[in-house]
Design a binder for this molecule. Structure first.
Ligand SMILES: *[C@@H]1O[C@H](CO)[C@@H](O)[C@H](O)[C@H]1NC(C)=O
Ligand SMILES: *[C@@H]1O[C@H](CO)[C@@H](O)[C@H](O)[C@H]1NC(C)=O
Ligand SMILES: *[C@@H]1O[C@H](CO)[C@@H](O)[C@H](O)[C@H]1NC(C)=O
Length: 419
């Protein structure tokens, strides 16, 4: 349907009376933005609210009301030590994507004391969801409520890992980079502050995609209110990993937080005070999220994809293509090049950068099998059975099988996105 602004306005005026009743039954004021809706014939699937919403959304998109109705929001949903830095960069590298690295860090930092495990995650969740909603509309000022000290004139000096975002490190947001300079995270960290949030929001609005990574939302079900909001067009990519690998990697990366696990690993003695929820939550969250998706609720149709870190590590290029297809991006030669460089490096200096993405990806994904003692693997398998089975990770019965990396623990499994 081809519509000019004038005809849209005329149509809107002409159909105000007809629409009034219809609108009152709908909850969101954004329906007012799409007058074409009132004149269309009823959908044969009108009993399915998600279908209605989706077809309404695409009709609204046809009218091209604003950039935001055409924008797609991508949420990379994961937990720590799953390779999300890498997959986030796959999005960040694309010229049509505005990327933010873990904006919910600031919510957690301002409402939950440092190094304290968020036992009441609901508190975090409500605030986090509100912030995501605003950021998805490129309202970056919403971050300011959570930043201390409070910013002046929308200038922010301490946005968490802002240098991980290409857009925040180049013109026009960062004047220190000349047009044509390539983005370098460490350069950006030095040169690009304070950050002008007004300019950053403009850069966000100029892109067709806004992508964010978070490790602070437990499961996709927690995002349902956002996924049902017709003002948004969200795609969720859930990144999972073998929980045994996550455990091993966390013990190494966060030695203070996982101190008791470290003692268990080093001495073979399990401390009485071991906080097992640090591990079991991973399994529960994965299980809850992926099984919600597999039950194919209408509100997730076309909006959810699960990616296993191990598959991404083994075939980064192919998996990236699948991810791009799912969200509607096309592969560019520079992204392909970036993947090649960042998955094959065997340089030791780079391997030390524990948050970095530069390493031999397939070997890293498997390395836990040579580090985690068999008794801890046995524990984690029994604590995590349902999730392992659901995600296609084999259990091992002996230390020998554990160390024999010729024997794969990753079953071939396809998680078909549903449309
Ligand atoms: C931030 O950018 C906006 C938009 O260009 C500009 O109007 C504003 O003066 C800038 N803020 C500061 C403190 O430079
Ligand atoms: C819409 O996007 C274009 C670039 O694609 C940008 O120039 C323009 O400012 C955007 N409009 C709004 C209202 O943000
Ligand atoms: C794994 O396979 C390689 C090549 O097939 C072989 O040389 C090696 O001995 C095997 N390792 C184990 C632990 O079986």
């Amino acid at each position: 349907m081809q519509c000019s602004w004038k005809s849209v306005v005329l149509l809107a005026l002409a159909s105000v009376a007809i629409q009034y009743t219809a609108i009152r039954t709908l909850t969101s004021p954004s329906y007012l933005l799409c007058p074409a809706q009132a004149n269309s014939s009823p959908s044969p699937f009108s009993t399915d609210p998600a279908f209605e919403r989706d077809s309404l959304r695409s009709r609204c998109d046809d009218v091209h009301m604003s950039n935001s109705s055409r924008r797609t929001q991508v949420l990379l949903l994961t937990t720590t030590r799953c390779g999300s830095t890498f997959i986030g960069q796959l999005l960040n590298q694309h010229p049509d994507v505005f990327y933010l690295f873990e904006p919910l860090y600031h919510v957690q930092a301002s409402i939950i004391p440092r190094n304290h495990l968020p036992s009441d995650r609901q508190l975090m969740l409500g605030a986090g969801r509100d912030l995501l909603w605003s950021l998805f509309q490129c309202d970056l000022y919403a971050l300011e409520s959570y930043i201390r000290p409070a910013p002046n004139n929308h200038m922010v000096d301490n946005l968490f890992r802002h240098s991980a975002s290409r857009n925040l490190c180049q013109q026009p947001v960062c004047q220190a980079f000349k047009p044509g300079d390539t983005w370098e995270e460490w350069q950006c960290k030095k040169k690009c502050h304070p950050l002008n949030l007004t300019l950053a929001a403009q850069a966000c609005r100029a892109n067709r995609y806004i992508a964010m990574k978070t490790v602070r939302v437990p499961a996709v079900g927690d995002l349902r209110p956002l996924l049902e909001d017709p003002r948004l067009n969200i795609k969720v990519i859930q990144l999972v990993r073998d929980p045994r690998g996550i455990l091993s990697s966390r013990i190494e990366t966060f030695p203070d937080l996982y101190r008791l696990w470290g003692i268990w690993q080093a001495t073979g003695r399990r401390p009485h005070t071991l906080e097992t929820r640090q591990f079991t939550t991973i399994c529960e969250d994965f299980y809850s999220s992926v099984s919600t998706a597999l039950s194919r609720p209408a509100w997730l149709r076309g909006r959810y994809m699960v990616v296993r870190y191990e598959d991404l590590s083994r075939s980064p290029l192919q998996k990236t293509k699948e991810i791009y297809d799912f969200i509607g991006l096309t592969m560019t030669p520079s992204v392909e090049e970036w993947i090649r460089i960042n998955t094959r490096a065997s340089n030791n200096a780079q391997a030390k950068d524990k948050y970095g993405t530069m390493r031999d990806s397939a070997a890293v994904a498997e390395s836990w099998r040579l580090k985690l003692p068999f008794y801890m693997v046995e524990y984690s398998q029994s604590a995590c059975q349902r999730a392992l089975r659901l995600l296609g990770y084999r259990q091992v019965q002996s230390a020998q099988d554990l160390r024999n990396t010729n024997f794969s623990l990753v079953q071939d499994k396809t998680f078909v996105p549903f449309w």
